[in-house]
Design a binder for this molecule. Structure first.
Ligand code: F6P
Length: 324
């Protein structure tokens, strides 16, 4: 293998730049030409492919976002789009690809591999931490710390006014961010898409908590089946309307996707980036390079997207016990 390419796709995540840097420099270390594809799969289709050098990735390890930009491509979902993408890659002589992204990115990569046999290895880049085959995804730690900083501040004002705050964090299909913030932020409750929330139980407990606590924080993952933070707050408010309580909601939103990556995310990103390139050289393909129990592991894309990474039940119990 003499020429490989790297791209980022789907929702950006802090640490993607550190991963690009690792891919570029590992490739150069092994005397391989490295190309950057801008705007994910769309860039592949449009031939937005440029040679990268060691200096192309100088001074980016600490930056959020992605220097290669990101996009969600509709065209790549079509056979015509993928055919065009393959033609653009072969025009440049690209023989292998590193795809940095989440489950949507890996679904596209798997199809592309199956149709054209192009060797691809993924790196798990998403704040949601919902990818099977790695204990943590690149960006998760930073997103949790960003959300925690906000929750700490909300706690100050919640306590000052004896208020009940609903804080909505990201996680369309996954409660990982919510659970981690719930534990780290000392939340009274956490609502996640993976488990059904009994609002009556929430209301009952809030009434009981109120005797010993003047304020409460409830962390809601945006994908909870009862609704987002605002909707859930109104439902609870309605059930507690006689209780003379003051309710507020804060939606943290895309702030969780930005910012300088934490040390953990930089290290994870660097390890996955290096493992992806060295995996390609060893003949690995159609899989993701992740870190499980401290070791680099290659997991087939089919498992990364097909198997769900269950939330740790003990973590949910921990929140319940520590909120009494
Ligand atoms: O990156 C994952 C994620 O943050 C989800 O939690 C969220 O629902 C989604 O991306 C939103 O992404 P966008 O606003 O880019 O469509």
């Amino acid at each position: 293998m003499k020429k490989i390419a790297v791209f980022t796709s789907g929702g950006d995540a802090p640490g993607m730049n550190a991963c690009i840097r690792a891919v570029v420099r590992t490739a150069i270390f092994h005397n391989i030409e490295i190309y950057g594809i801008s705007y994910g799969y769309d860039g592949m289709i449009n031939g937005n492919i440029k040679r990268m050098h060691s200096y192309s990735v100088s001074n980016i390890i600490q930056r959020g976002g992605t220097i290669l930009k990101s996009a969600r491509s509709e065209d790549f979902r079509t056979p015509e789009g993928r055919k065009k993408a393959f033609a653009k890659l072969t025009e440049q002589g690209i023989e292998g690809i590193v795809a940095i992204g989440g489950d949507g990115t890996f679904t596209g990569a798997k199809t592309f591999f199956e149709e054209f046999g192009m060797p691809i290895i993924g790196c798990p880049g998403t704040i949601d931490n919902d990818i099977y085959g790695t204990d943590y995804t690149i960006g998760f730690d930073t997103a949790v710390n960003t959300a925690l900083e906000a929750i700490d501040k909300i706690r100050d004002t919640a306590a000052a006014h004896d208020r009940i705050f609903f804080v909505e964090v990201m996680g369309r299909d996954s409660g990982y961010i919510a659970v981690e913030c719930g534990i780290g932020g000392g939340a009274e409750f956490v609502m996640v898409p993976e488990t059904k929330t009994d609002l009556n139980k929430v209301v009952k407990s809030l009434k009981n908590l109120r005797k010993s606590k003047s304020s409460s924080i409830i962390v809601v993952a945006e994908g909870d089946e009862e609704g987002g933070g605002e909707e859930i707050m109104h439902k609870v408010e309605e059930k507690l309307k006689d209780a003379d309580k003051d309710f507020k909601v804060t939606t943290l939103g895309h702030i969780q996707r930005g910012g300088n990556p934490t040390a953990r995310d930089r290290v994870l990103a660097s390890r996955c980036g290096m493992a992806a390139v060295e995996g390609l050289l060893k003949g690995e393909q159609n899989c993701m390079a992740g870190v499980v129990n401290g070791e680099v592991v290659y997991t087939p894309f089919a498992d990364c997207i097909g198997k769900s990474k269950a939330l740790n039940e003990d973590h949910l119990r921990l929140i319940e016990i520590l909120s009494i």
